[in-house]
Design a protein around this ligand. Structure first.
Ligand SMILES: NC(=O)c1ccc[n+]([C@@H]2O[C@H](COP(=O)([O-])OP(=O)(O)OC[C@H]3O[C@@H](n4cnc5c(N)ncnc54)[C@H](O)[C@@H]3O)[C@@H](O)[C@H]2O)c1
Length: 247
């Protein structure tokens, strides 16, 4: 059952909007009345998403790589024209299989630049345009808490965005702005196809609910954190993993 929120009159920026979880965040927020700024490097899927949401609803898109300053500039141009942002959801991320012993510097840096640097740059860029009482929801991961074999760079960035978010929460709390993280476990999106193919059965056996999560089950928590229903939750991490990891 999906809880109904009212986001009408609210403007939300989502990065990684064309991906599995970002897409469902966009879908649920649009259904709840939000006006969206959607960013992703996958231009084709971004336009598919816009078609689905309705091209006449005031949603805007930026197709580009968030590591490029030109993409960031396009985001700023759109954001500064509007009424201010009520939520920021930096969901873009990459998940590469690269053991530490074989990882090149460029591989390390690539994951850090997308998963961590781009969270910093987009957050810093839109900070002046966040309305008072806005909400930021960062994407941590089970990997950030538990580590992940062959994904040390990924795990490091995920723990880091939560630490970044908590530090930011200390700086922007006086504006009523909250910063939280969600930490999904194994959610069925294209990001986890290889993981599920390789270790799916073992992971299912360790998950009390005996199944993987859906993108919508993460998006619904993101909406909760963006909504007034979570108005006193700040600096928190919400794990969404069916019990695979219990804090
Ligand atoms: N799926 C899971 O099980 C899971 C678990 C824990 C955390 N997460 C996190 O949730 C977030 C969303 O993951 P998902 O499962 O939807 O993955 P996904 O691969 O389906 O979507 C990620 C999206 O980010 C976009 N993207 C990647 N690099 C980009 C860049 N440099 N510039 C612009 N766009 C870029 C991709 O094009 C893609 O559309 C990620 O931050 C991920 O780390 C996912």
């Amino acid at each position: 059952m999906m809880v109904q929120y009212d986001f009408s009159g609210r403007r939300v920026l989502i990065t990684g909007a064309a991906g599995g979880i970002g897409w469902d965040c966009a879908r649920l927020l649009a259904a709840a009345g939000a006006e969206l700024v959607l960013v992703d490097r996958d231009e084709k899927r971004l336009h598919e998403l816009l078609e689905k949401l309705g091209t006449d609803r005031g949603h805007q898109t930026v197709a580009g790589d968030l590591v490029e300053s030109a993409t960031l500039q396009q985001v700023i141009t759109i954001v500064e024209q509007g009424p201010g942002l009520d939520a920021l959801i930096p969901a873009a991320g990459i998940y590469r299989d690269q053991p530490v012993a074989e990882m090149t510097w460029d591989q390390w840096r690539h994951t850090i630049s997308v998963n961590l640097d781009a969270v910093f740059t987009v957050t810093q860029a839109v900070l002046p345009y966040l309305n008072d009482h806005a909400s930021i929801v960062n994407f941590d991961s089970l990997a950030g808490a538990r580590g992940s074999r062959t994904h040390a760079h990924y795990a490091a960035t995920k723990a880091a965005v939560t630490a970044f978010g908590r530090s930011l929460a200390l700086e922007v709390g006086h504006r009523g702005i909250r910063v939280n993280s969600v930490a999904p476990g194994i959610i069925r999106t294209s990001m986890t196809d290889r993981l599920v193919d390789g270790s799916g059965e073992a992971l299912l056996a360790q998950t009390p609910l005996g199944r993987f999560g859906t993108a919508e089950e993460v998006a619904s928590v993101v909406l909760f954190l963006c909504s007034d229903a979570s108005s006193f939750i700040n600096g928190e991490v919400i794990h969404i993993n069916g019990g695979l990891y219990m804090q």
